[in-house]
Design a protein around this ligand. Structure first.
Ligand SMILES: [Zn+2]
Length: 615
């Protein structure tokens, strides 16, 4: 008996050690998280070189921004099998050089979360970051926790996660059977697959629905307890039903997970989501009204899901062979983000989830924002190639002008084909030609699409994507029987002040920083740079309260009202005193972009409009 036992034990040990030396075996214990930090232990595959680099990503797919996850690592150590420490050096933020690497067995380190680590000065967008809150929720974007050995990205991973009783890990990954209570085991074929699957650990608030051929999970963590998966799943259903129709009757995945974190942090300056092949992670404020939450989540869900088409299916080599340390930028953000954003709204108007009027209102906003805040003559291929550095400030235009490029291209294709096919069909053909495993060459995509369609499409790309010509919006809307007038005016009451504000040295109060962009109303109030806000219309006006103050103001203000501020201002002797400022609200003539369907379009216009709307 004894012998058998030892033998079995010996066999298991041998088996597990042989296994472990071929693949990665990661262990994380969420129950031991302290001060927003996790300990990570990685048994590595066997290394055959004397030296090897261990990396934690500098950049991850879909973010188009540098994250430097290595900056969040501390206490990095490498060991041989008997527990001796191997010499390591740390040449840059995301690299650890390990000596005597043939002996490498195990790596351990501590990692901070990115949401709540003020001492680390990396700006990581929340949906692509991490949060470790022991008692409430863990946002595990796996690439922000786990690293890899250079050249060993394609080796399998086994990740064991221990969690507290009552916590559930929501993810698109299928957990393996685990015999240990409160331990989840996930296995992936490579680092890329692991990095593509975030996990949200919290007390479960989940809902499953079936849409077309897919099972869809909505998992919600609501920090303020205001919303639930039950409510959000009703927003997902019509969007995905529309997408199934849009994509020819079926969804391209069998399982998909919407992981939603609703934050109760005050005055969030941004929110959004990051796409993955079978899931997306959404970060939004919990303070939204149910209507706001519903409409924002619909748009986010619509956009993120359609990323399955591009770049998750149709992509260039830069994305297909993604380098987490030294990523090369593709020229085609007009497609990855622009066409996705276009389709996210086009699918909704085709399925009837939104009206044509609502669709056109959204395009008006996109045109207005892209022309007001971004460089309209910058070639989109240049914006794309330089999105990480030189053109960082222009990146957000991919959701504005990028989507409008999609619209113009779609209508051009419909016009040239006499209503037979548009961008939707061309994307489907590209998806068949390439698919998830095969990348296109960045330099030939425009020629390829032109050769699949019309020579005129090559000219379209040359003018509006490779050169920075203003988009043919008038021609595009006209083809659909829609009147476009960018120079319309209307009478309205002035509400916006458009002063530039910054943080006062106490970091709680706001201070006037810049009045150069102020509106007439803003100028009449009489702010001076350096004024520190005290109240607005009698309510305290600070970093904590300004959003509520503005919300109250814009929902109640009417013609003839007076808007009042109290500020602290230094007088000529340098003494601080409170000054009251005010201005009356007047009527003003404002320019606006008018986009309205023509009541009686020509037969050709009607035909193209019907084809575009799928009627
Ligand atoms: Zn996107």
């Amino acid at each position: 008996m004894k012998l058998t036992k030892v033998l079995t034990l010996l066999l298991t040990l041998l088996a597990s050690s042989a296994w472990a030396q071929k693949n990665y075996k990661v262990e994380i214990d969420l129950t031991k998280a302290t001060a927003d930090q996790l300990s990570v232990e990685i048994v590595t595959p066997k290394v055959s070189t004397d030296q090897i680099d261990f990396h934690v990503p500098k950049i991850v797919p879909g973010t188009y921004a540098i994250s430097n996850f290595g900056s969040f690592v501390s206490n990095f150590k490498a060991f041989d099998q008997t527990g001796n420490v191997l010499a390591t050096s740390h040449p840059d933020a995301n690299t650890w050089k390990i000596e005597n690497a043939k002996k490498l067995y195990k790596i351990t380190y501590t990692i901070d979360d990115t949401w709540d680590t003020p001492q680390i000065k990396e700006d990581v967008f929340e949906p692509g970051g991490t949060s470790f809150e022991k008692d409430t929720a863990f946002v595990l974007n796996t690439f922000g926790v786990i690293g890899y050995l250079q050249g060993n990205e394609k080796k399998p991973y086994q990740v064991q996660i221990k969690h507290a009783t009552g916590f559930y890990g929501s993810t698109s990954l299928e957990p393996k059977k685990s015999n240990i209570p409160n331990v989840d085991v996930f296995e992936t074929d490579s680092y890329q697959t692991l990095a593509d699957a975030p996990i949200l650990y919290a007390k479960p608030d989940t809902a499953w629905i079936k849409v077309a051929n897919a099972s869809v999970l909505v998992s919600v963590f609501s920090a303020g307890g205001k919303s639930s998966a039950k409510a959000l799943v009703n927003d997902v259903r019509p969007i995905l039903e529309g997408h199934a129709k849009y994509l020819g009757g079926k969804l391209p995945v069998k399982k998909y997970a919407f992981l939603v974190y609703l934050s109760n942090k005050k005055n969030l300056t941004r929110f959004g989501a990051l796409e993955h092949t079978q899931s997306c992670l959404t970060f939004m404020p919990d303070s939204f009204s149910p209507e706001q939450l519903s409409s924002q989540f619909r748009d986010i869900a619509s956009h993120e899901f359609l990323h399955i088409i591009t770049p998750l299916t149709i992509h260039s080599e830069e994305i297909g062979n993604f380098d987490f340390i030294d990523a090369k930028m593709s020229k085609h953000l007009w497609m990855y983000e622009g066409v996705t954003e276009y389709a996210a709204h086009h699918s909704q108007v085709r399925s009837g989830a939104i009206t044509l009027e609502e669709y056109l209102k959204r395009q008006t906003e996109k045109i207005g924002i892209s022309k007001k805040y971004f460089n309209d003559t910058l070639a989109f291929t240049v914006l794309s190639s330089e999105a990480l550095d030189k053109q960082k400030e222009q990146y957000q235009n991919v959701y504005q002008k990028g989507a409008l490029i999609g619209l113009c291209l779609d209508v051009k294709l419909l016009t040239l084909s006499n209503g037979k096919y548009g961008l939707r069909e061309v994307m489907a053909r590209l998806g068949k030609k390439y698919g998830t495993k095969k990348s296109f060459k960045d330099a030939v995509l425009f020629d390829q699409i032109a050769s699949m369609t019309f020579p005129e499409i090559r000219t379209f790309f040359k003018d509006y994507v490779e050169a920075g010509k203003p988009l043919p919006l008038k021609e595009t809307f006209d083809a659909l029987g829609i009147a476009y007038n960018p120079d319309a005016t209307h009478k309205t009451i002035e509400t916006s002040m458009a002063f530039g504000a910054g943080l006062a040295p106490d970091r709680k109060h706001l201070v006037i920083a810049d009045m150069s962009g102020a509106t007439n109303l803003g100028k009449r109030v009489g702010f001076q740079p350096g004024d520190v806000f005290v109240t607005m219309n009698g309510d305290p006006f600070t970093l904590e309260t300004y959003q509520d103050c503005f919300a109250k103001y814009s929902s109640t203000v009417k013609l003839g009202d007076t808007v009042k501020f109290v500020v602290q201002r230094k007088d000529a002797n340098g003494e601080e005193k409170e000054v009251s400022l005010e201005a009356d609200i007047r009527e003003e003539v404002q320019p606006y972009i008018s986009i309205e369907p023509i009541a009686s379009p020509s037969a050709t216009q009607q035909k193209i409009r019907n084809a575009w709307l799928g009627k």
